[in-house]
Design a binder for this molecule. Structure first.
Ligand code: EAX
Length: 335
């Protein structure tokens, strides 16, 4: 080996070592979601990543994996618990299986409007509930937004609860959703979101319900003719980090992540509001037939969910009196 090639070899070795050591110094946080890349969760997750990268001077890298590439929402929360995944932005759909008190937010027609959602979620009740997550190995970085959910189906324009009679509808995996759809006369089928498009396409189910931002980004208009603006559930989302990951971070890194999460939450809520303002027209343009039913008969039909003893007990974490107290407090604050 002559001097020049020795120098080149040494330099390459130096570079390789330098690159390796930078790579190992970097903290990589994988963040999974269930929705399509253009959905607001992923736009907010990318924004979160940008803020974190900037604040940490590139020391922390957030890698976003949309479309259930890392598993269903439930799988991802389980991954957080055992430390095989660092972060997820998920609906509260599966969360009641981990922290039953979250079922409170799954109650139909609980919130009057967005303002009342934020008041409850960002206030005492929302904090009290998200503080419980740490006990099951996950940490909440704030309540984000999935949105007010509306019903789509391939069979009938829904104007009143009776129109839902017998409709086979996919719901998220929680008994509060199942009970609500049964009270409306439909036949609910719990299913992970990742299987939904195919189930609608193959007509395993006739119907589903989701916020406009999900309906549009998942192109459900290709397989669903009718959209009823029922707004029956307000669906919060929550940004979660594995407690194992959290404890491995420095206080400075934790601070960066907390601050970036708050900024990304505000950004995402704005995107969600904009989606609600714009996507009804966009769905109509794609050929959906849209109805705007009177919500009162729907709210009346599902009133029994609030008095269901199993639901009340679950919301209280096994204590019916605590559950009732939480429901009353949320209802009072949400109006
Ligand atoms: O979190 O499962 C659902 O219908 C959710 O709304 C969706 O995965 C976004």
């Amino acid at each position: 080996m002559n001097k020049k090639s020795l120098a080149v070899a040494l330099f390459s070795l130096f570079l390789a070592v330098a690159l390796c050591s930078t790579a190992s110094a970097k903290t990589v946080l994988k963040l999974g979601t269930s929705t399509q890349p253009s959905h607001i969760y992923n736009l907010a997750a990318e924004k979160f990543g940008e803020i974190v990268a900037e604040k940490s001077g590139g020391d922390i890298e957030v890698q976003v994996f949309p479309a259930a590439q890392l598993g269903s929402e439930r799988d991802m929360v389980e991954g957080l618990q055992i430390g095989t995944l660092e972060m997820t932005l998920t609906s509260t759909g599966p969360m009641g299986n981990f922290v039953p008190q979250v079922k409170l937010f799954n109650l139909p027609f609980l919130f009057k409007d967005r303002e009342s959602c934020y008041k409850v979620l960002d206030g005492e009740i929302g904090t009290q509930i998200s503080d419980l997550f740490v006990k099951v190995g996950i940490r909440s970085l704030g309540w984000f937004e999935n949105g007010f959910r509306n019903i789509t189906n391939s069979k009938v324009p829904v104007e009143k609860p009776a129109d839902m009679n017998g409709l086979k509808i996919r719901v998220m995996e929680d008994d509060v959703f199942i009970l609500t759809m049964k009270a409306l006369g439909a036949s609910p089928l719990p299913m992970a979101f990742g299987e939904l498009y195919t189930a609608l396409e193959q007509k395993t189910v006739d119907a589903q319900e989701n916020p406009l931002a999900v309906i549009y980004s998942s192109r459900f208009f290709e397989v669903q003719k009718y959209l009823a603006m029922t707004g029956h559930f307000y669906s919060p989302a929550v940004l979660l980090i594995s407690e194992i990951t959290w404890q491995s971070l420095s206080p400075e890194q934790q601070k960066i992540i907390t601050e970036a999460a708050a900024q990304a939450r505000d950004y995402e809520r704005e995107l969600s509001l904009k989606a609600d303002q714009e996507l009804e027209a966009a769905c109509a343009k794609e050929g959906m037939v849209i109805t705007r039913p009177d919500k009162a008969p729907f709210a009346e039909a599902v009133a029994a969910v609030y008095t269901n003893p199993d639901v009340i007990k679950a919301i209280g974490g096994g204590d019916a009196a605590a559950g009732q107290k939480l429901i009353d407090a949320a209802r009072a604050a949400a109006q």
